[in-house]
Design a protein around this ligand. Structure first.
Ligand code: ADP
Ligand code: MG
Length: 729
């Protein structure tokens, strides 16, 4: 039988470049054309209905039921015009991907006829059977119903002739079963907490919302090679593969010229994204061969999260059109960079101010310092929860692996801002300076040093870096639903800002002036959170030691990290801000642990399967050939020459035997470890057992398989090699 690997390789050489047909000359002509956006709504809705929806979008005002029928019929009319046949509620269940169940518009009437129908009720609520979605025990077996409810803040859109309506997803008891509900709630919490503080500065501020600009990294691999790697098909990563003689060591891929096959794919992706209103702007080659990145212009967090979920879907669909498969896994290949998803986060106001932008005036700078002090304090207080928010089996392989920020959370602010913070911190306390400072206190704003921000001041090793007017949370994994890190971030900052207000108001009651009180509390926070600030190389061993001294956590693996999510402290935090109940938090924890266990389990199974059914037979086959060869040599050579000349063959035969027996041994032990782990009832203990015992064998098995790859005749090796997978021909 032909070696599947060579069949696949041959196919990759015959790939045509599929040029893209643009719907129109300018992207601005078709941008958002597949979304039910404001201008479409204006066209299709009565003024009353339009205003109702806009109020709901901008001010979170509930939409009147009367209006929903109008909106539904407008959506239907718009969608039918575009050839749409079905509609679906589109939501983010806790599986991590998105879910949809399509229903046709068509509805039978009398005399064998039918009409297209879509009413307000179908728009605002559906009752999908929730029983097959993870619920972490929330959904009792006798009550399988779940509800999806329309989220008017995110526009409906059309994909593949289906109208998709963004919704939240909750259980019969009202507990959230999705990522979006806590995200929306955290945004509300952040809004109310931040507005209170902003009012100290500007009474005109009545809304604060988080902005998110994500950067998505991914790999492309030719679909024929992908299909020849069962590990890629089942887990999205390679479990074996000797490193390629050349991979990323010459740094020649990063920002390099984009391969024409890839460029065509990217252009196609952009067209599809732009039609859906995703403002993709940036595209480039990443560090590893066949690794790429794309990024849109930032948007309000809820929309940005939806757009990221949509983009991950589009990546997959569009890649297939170009005979590629997209790998979103955090670590598809050992030895080269993995993929992340940087989350650029900031807070903006209804007055158009970015609260994380150091301003030109004293007042703006002061406001910036107050926000910064609160963020530093919030991250310091909740560093373990922040770490937990990005924990997943895939991301464990990336965090701390010399290419991604470590599992230790720290904040980088840059040289100038550090200097400013140090200066503030060292200003004398008012209590000590009371008599002397009295005069200065009269000045409206305390002495804030001028802030000059140097845009070139970057630290690529920091998990949470200030980059001029936003924080870049860089520890997020490439497959993550960004709602999770976002709702954690929003909630901890909301909590801190609430405490800030309490602290400031206390001082005001004690007779301090407002600005001075804010200054004193900020200074206190800057001091107390000092340990979270780190400007050096976060990848270094020294930082690991230093961080331990500072008392910062270093939870390397998911089972270790997740505990912080269900601590009393975190539950209290989520409950205080109405983001999640204890039940919801605990359910998510259980789901996360189960997911971790299953991911490692699947990886372990495919490893055992490939080792036993692909690698060992190939090795034995080749070894037999060597044995035949040795036997032949013995026949044709005199015994003295044979001893001398067959040494290499015999050694290779022995080496292969050794690898074979080691692989067999380790696979058996891994299977035993799996049996023991599977028998454990407790979620955490089972996940830990997978982490501490099953996973331990991965490296050993891989080591011997990769050695065999170097020994066995290339023609016999069944799995596409790294040098083939990583380079697009
Ligand atoms: P890089 O980190 O690669 O230098 P950029 O500075 O171009 O990237 O920005 C990366 C992402 O940050 C983009 O999605 C961009 O829209 C987003 N971004 C820029 N400003 C803000 C902001 N104020 N809030 C949130 N995201 C922002
Ligand atoms: Mg960036």
């Amino acid at each position: 039988m032909a070696n599947f690997r060579f069949v696949a390789l041959k196919k990759t050489l015959e790939r045509p470049v599929k040029p893209v047909t643009y719907p129109s000359e300018k992207a601005s002509d078709y941008f958002g054309s597949m979304t039910f956006n404001r201008s479409v709504m204006k066209e299709y809705l009565t003024e009353e209905a339009f205003n109702g929806v806009v109020q709901a979008m901008d001010k979170s005002v509930r939409i009147d039921r009367k209006i929903t029928d109008q909106v539904a019929s407008a959506m239907k009319a718009w969608a039918l015009n575009k050839g749409v046949t079905h509609y679906t509620h589109w939501f983010h269940p806790l599986t991590g991907s998105t879910a949809e169940k399509h229903d046709a518009f068509i509805s039978p009437i009398e005399k064998g006829k039918a009409i297209e129908e879509f009413q307000g009720n179908s728009l605002i609520q559906q009752e999908p059977d929730a029983s097959s979605f993870p619920s972490g025990g929330i959904r009792s077996t006798f009550e399988a119903r779940g509800y999806t409810a329309w989220d008017p803040t995110s526009p409906a859109f059309i994909i593949e002739n289906t109208l998709c309506i963004p919704t939240i997803f909750v259980s019969y008891t009202g507990d959230s079963l999705d990522y979006k509900t806590p995200l929306l709630k955290s945004m509300r919490a952040l809004d109310s907490a931040a507005v209170e503080i902003c009012k100290y500065f500007d009474k005109g501020i009545n809304k604060v919302y988080p902005n998110l600009g994500w950067e998505q990294e991914y790999f492309l691999v030719d679909s024929a090679l992908f299909a020849a790697r069962p590990d890629l098909v089942l887990t999205g990563k390679t479990v074996f593969g000797h490193s390629s003689a050349k991979d990323q060591q010459l740094s020649d891929h990063y920002f390099g010229t984009i391969h024409n096959r890839v460029l065509a794919f990217m252009q196609d992706l952009e067209v599809e994204s732009h039609k859906l209103g995703i403002p993709l702007k940036t595209r480039h080659n990443e560090v590893a061969p066949s690794q790429f990145e794309c990024a849109p212009v930032f948007e309000e967090a809820n929309i940005a999260v939806d757009h990221n979920q949509l983009l991950m879907h589009l990546l997959d669909v569009v890649a297939r059109r170009h005979n590629f498969n997209v790998l979103l896994h955090e670590k598809p290949y050992a030895g080269v960079n993995g993929s992340g998803k940087h989350n650029n986060w900031s807070m903006a106001t209804n007055t158009g101010v970015n609260l994380l932008s150091p301003g030109k005036t004293k007042n703006d700078n002061f406001q910036f310092i107050v926000m910064l002090a609160n963020i530093l304090k919030a991250v310091h207080e909740n560093e373990e929860l922040v770490r937990a928010s990005v924990a997943s089996a895939g991301n464990d392989l990336r965090l701390g692996a010399n290419e991604a920020p470590p599992a230790i959370i720290s904040v980088f602010v840059g040289e100038q801002i550090s200097a400013t913070l140090n200066e503030i911190e060292n200003m004398p306390d008012r209590s000590m300076m009371n008599h002397r400072l009295d005069k200065e206190v009269e000045i409206d704003i305390p002495k804030i040093p001028e802030i000059l921000f140097d845009n070139t001041d970057r630290n690529r090793t920091s998990p949470f870096a200030f980059t001029g007017n936003k924080f870049e949370f860089r520890a997020v994994g490439s497959t993550a639903n960004t709602a999770k890190p976002m709702f954690v971030l929003n909630t901890i900052i909301a909590d801190q800002l609430t405490k800030f207000k309490t602290d400031v108001d206390k001082l005001i009651v004690d007779g301090m002036k407002k600005n001075e009180a804010m200054f004193e509390v900020s200074k206190k926070y800057i001091r107390e959170s000092k340990n979270i600030r780190f400007e050096g190389n976060s990848y270094s061993k020294e930082w690991e030691k230093e961080a331990a001294k500072r008392g910062l956590s270093n939870n390397r693996t998911t089972p270790e990290a997740l505990g912080a999510f269900v601590s009393e402290k975190s539950i209290g935090l989520f409950e205080r801000h109405n983001v999640m109940s204890k039940t919801e938090v605990e359910a998510r924890y259980a789901i996360k642990l189960e997911k971790y266990t299953k991911k490692v389990q699947i990886e372990s199974r495919i490893m055992g399967d490939l080792a036993t059914n692909h690698i060992l037979p190939t090795a034995i086959h080749y070894q037999n050939r060597l044995i035949e060869n040795a036997k032949g040599l013995k026949e044709v050579l005199d015994s003295k020459s044979f001893v001398k000349l067959s040494k290499n063959q015999l050694n290779t035969i022995k080496e292969i035997s050794n690898h074979i027996s080691e692989i067999k041994e380790y696979v058996e032990r891994m299977v035993e470890a799996r049996k023991i782990a599977n028998a454990i009832d407790n979620d955490l203990e089972r996940a830990s057992s997978y982490n501490n015992s099953v996973k331990l064998y991965f490296e050993d098995i891989r080591y011997h398989v990769d050695k065999l790859e170097m020994l066995v005749d290339d023609e016999m090796w069944p799995l596409p090699k790294y040098r083939e997978l990583l380079f697009i021909k």
